[in-house]
Design a protein around this ligand. Structure first.
Ligand SMILES: CCCCC/C=C\C/C=C\C/C=C\C/C=C\CCCC(=O)SCCNC(=O)CCNC(=O)[C@H](O)C(C)(C)COP(=O)(O)OP(=O)(O)OC[C@H]1O[C@@H](n2cnc3c(N)ncnc32)[C@H](O)[C@@H]1OP(=O)(O)O
Length: 181
């Protein structure tokens, strides 16, 4: 199947809009997850977003340095959030991360994530992470494949009772997810 350029959904959050957490216990963005990354994301131009989080001692792999797996988690979160510009529910099928520079504790990691193309259910995305701001040193680069799923993916494999408490409950019943933050 041909890979098509991504099309921003007309109801996608306007560029500059802060995206809320999609789930309070999400390790990537939730504020009820101890030690979580608490990534905050803002809608970007086109099919993209900008995200940031502070690397803390809770995220260490070596003394004073971020754990690579948690940095990959941040990219999973940011790349997954970019799908909100398509307003399509999708899960990560493949994620690859290039670690180009160490990321010390205390760094504010700045991530830009974008959807590059869509082929049927497959969404191809990429992201870059810079140290302490948009003009900081390039520390990481990631590519991902997300696969568009029906909301039944979450209700079948996840915790249906927890899902029922979320704001996307009604949308889930309608077999659609609400991506409004
Ligand atoms: C946690 C998710 C939260 C989502 C919340 C939703 C809405 C909330 C609102 C806003 C969202 C905001 C932020 C979201 C933030 C973060 C997102 C984090 C995302 C995750 O962290 S999510 C957890 C990790 N993720 C999984 O838990 C997936 C486990 N997995 C499966 O559930 C299946 O594996 C599935 C469904 C992926 C596919 O299964 P399936 O049976 O539906 O479809 P099938 O296998 O046919 O694949 C279809 C086509 O994709 C190709 N394909 C598949 N996998 C591939 C691979 N790895 N490499 C290359 N190609 C691949 C096939 O080759 C075929 O391609 P083709 O059509 O060309 O043949």
């Amino acid at each position: 199947m041909e890979t098509e350029p991504p099309v921003r959904h007309p109801d996608a959050p306007a560029p500059g809009t802060k995206l809320g957490q999609h789930y309070s216990r999400c390790f990537g963005c939730g504020d009820e997850q101890p030690g979580g990354l608490r990534l905050s994301a803002t809608a970007g131009e086109g099919v993209s977003l900008v995200a940031e989080f502070e690397v803390t001692e809770a995220h260490e792999g070596a003394p004073g340095l971020a754990h690579g797996g948690l940095l990959a988690c941040a990219f999973d979160e940011a790349l997954g959030g970019a799908n909100a510009m398509l307003r399509l529910p999708a899960v990560t099928g493949h994620l690859q991360t290039d670690f180009r520079r160490p990321v010390p504790v205390g760094t504010r990691l700045h991530i830009t994530a974008q959807v590059d193309g869509v082929a049927g259910r497959k969404i191809y995305s990429s992201a870059a992470g810079r140290l302490n701001g948009p003009d900081g040193q390039l520390a990481l680069h990631a590519r991902a494949l997300f696969v568009i799923v029906d909301v039944s993916h979450f209700t079948t494999h996840g915790n249906r009772e927890q899902i029922a408490k979320l704001s996307w409950d009604q949308a889930a019943r309608d077999e659609q997810l609400d991506f409004n933050p």
